[in-house]
Ligand binder design. Structure first.
Ligand code: NAD
Length: 428
């Protein structure tokens, strides 16, 4: 019998439900840890699931009502923490899965946070900046009693950025009557953001890939990398890998990708995308490829940095990379993961590979609480230390238990939360 109390909302039996997948990983870790079934049942369910109506006046005067979610999975180790996603595919079960992943990610990295996630099912490209501001402010105001700097701290995710965080911070602050920078992380520097936050998730991906290559006696220099997604995470990872000497041979966005055997000039591509409203199409000295082609290119490292469920049982046999680094959350399905592991491909799991963002969010929160702000070098150094430590712990756990790096990461995260739950005990 399933432990999950969440209502089902899968559109079709063929649909891969992200929450079911997240529960499968949890169950595998629980089995490995011989976790008490009662603890497993608690951890299988979010503590709080919130859905709010967001009435928004469009620029043409029409009123539209959107559904906004915030799922708080666990606050056993500290305040809930997690991003806010604006994407048409957002569902309550997806947000719940992402909230659960945040719990294990924070525990794995040893930072004192629980896990949460928020989202609104919109395509931000279909709304004006003014409409997006109204949506973000109303969403924040509907959640006002459920968030707070020691309760639940949102951050950017797909489709949101420092701009939305500034609107959230302002809305919260105006409502409580004083400035509360600690209500969000990933905010602009002008209101207490941290240096290094913008590049943090991409930097973390680069660090974990570098460590994985070191474990194989290799370095980043000359390594052939393909990256799906050229947003916050993908573009930052691409730039840092390029600067470290890797050859980024392909990148893509939602509207397709580009490929250059000799390697893409990433600073030039970033400037090009900036000039062309984020489009990378027709970039000189590269040929067009589809997203499907990018995933199956011959390369050393494949970095899916866009959406969930990109490497599935349908295309996994065509994947040629030696290392797959999950910069996105859940880009490799459970079945595909098993197949890659069976072939000896190293899968660097999302809760490790993309944890750089939440680590620097934590450092931003610490700086805000202490009113002392660090230079970028210190932020990057502190983040790198936590990332490398987590990588080594995962590899050690994988070796000692004879399990995959994904299961090792989950056993560490789930085990720490389970231990804290046991020590705190059950109320009442
Ligand atoms: P973003 O919105 O900045 O960028 C997403 C990129 O993916 C864009 O280039 C977009 O064009 C591309 N994309 C969209 N649909 C696609 C499709 N169908 N095929 C290929 N590409 C597509 O988002 P982001 O913040 O970079 O987040 C990307 C992933 O990383 C998400 O899974 C997110 O949860 C995860 N993540 C983000 C952060 C963060 O700090 N932003 C932290 C941890 C994990």
């Amino acid at each position: 019998m399933s432990n999950s109390l969440l209502p089902l909302e899968s559109p079709s039996p063929a649909h891969i439900c992200p929450f079911d997948q997240a529960c499968s990983y949890l169950e595998a870790a629980a089995k490995e840890l011989k976790l008490d079934p009662g603890l497993l049942a608690i951890l299988s369910n979010p503590r709080k699931v919130i859905t709010v109506s967001i009435p928004v006046k469009r620029d043409n005067g029409e009123i539209q009502v959107l559904a906004g979610h915030r799922v708080q999975h666990s606050d056993i180790l500290g305040p809930y923490k997690g991003g806010t996603r604006y994407h048409p595919a957002v569902t309550l079960r997806e947000v719940s899965a992402l909230a659960m992943l945040m719990t294990w990610k924070c525990a794995l990295l040893g930072i004192p946070y629980g896990g949460a996630k928020g989202g609104i099912a919109i395509d931000p490209k279909s709304y004006s900046v003014n409409e997006l501001e109204r949506i973000t402010r109303r969403y924040t105001s509907e959640l006002i009693k459920d968030i707070g700097p020691s309760v639940d701290i949102p951050a950017p995710d797909m489709g949101t950025s420092a701009r939305e965080m500034a609107w959230m911070m302002d809305t919260y602050s105006v409502n409580v009557g004083h400035a509360v920078p600690g209500i969000v992380t990933g905010k602009p520097l002008s209101i207490g953001g941290s240096r290094g936050r913008e590049m943090a998730t991409g930097r973390g991906v680069m660090i974990i890939v570098r460590e994985a290559l070191h474990s194989r006696g290799k370095s980043l220099v000359g390594v052939r990398v393909a990256i799906q997604g050229f947003g916050n995470v993908g573009a930052a990872a691409a730039l840092l890998l390029y600067q470290a000497g890797a050859k980024v041979i392909a990148v893509s966005t939602g509207s397709g990708g580009i490929y250059a055997e000799a390697g893409i000039d990433i600073p030039a591509l970033k400037a090009y995308a900036l000039q062309n409203r984020k489009s990378i199409a027709n970039f000189p000295q590269a040929v067009a490829i589809s997203n499907a082609e990018l995933l199956t290119l011959p390369c050393d490292v494949l970095i899916p940095a866009a959406l969930e469920n990109q490497i599935t049982e349908k295309n996994v046999d065509l994947v040629q990379a030696e290392i797959v680094a999950e910069a996105a959350n859940g880009p490799v399905t459970l079945v595909a993961n098993q197949s890659l592991e069976a072939r000896g491909v190293t899968v660097l799991p999302d809760i490790l590979a993309n944890a750089g963002g939440v680590v620097v969010s934590y450092l931003e929160w610490v700086q805000g609480l202490s009113y002392v702000f660090w230079d970028e070098e210190r932020v990057n150094r502190e983040m790198e230390q936590l990332m490398v430590q987590a990588y080594r712990q995962v590899m050690e756990q994988s070796k000692v238990r004879g399990i995959s790096s994904r299961l090792a990461a989950y056993t560490l995260g789930v085990g720490r939360v389970g231990q804290a739950l046991t020590d705190r005990g059950l109320y009442p």
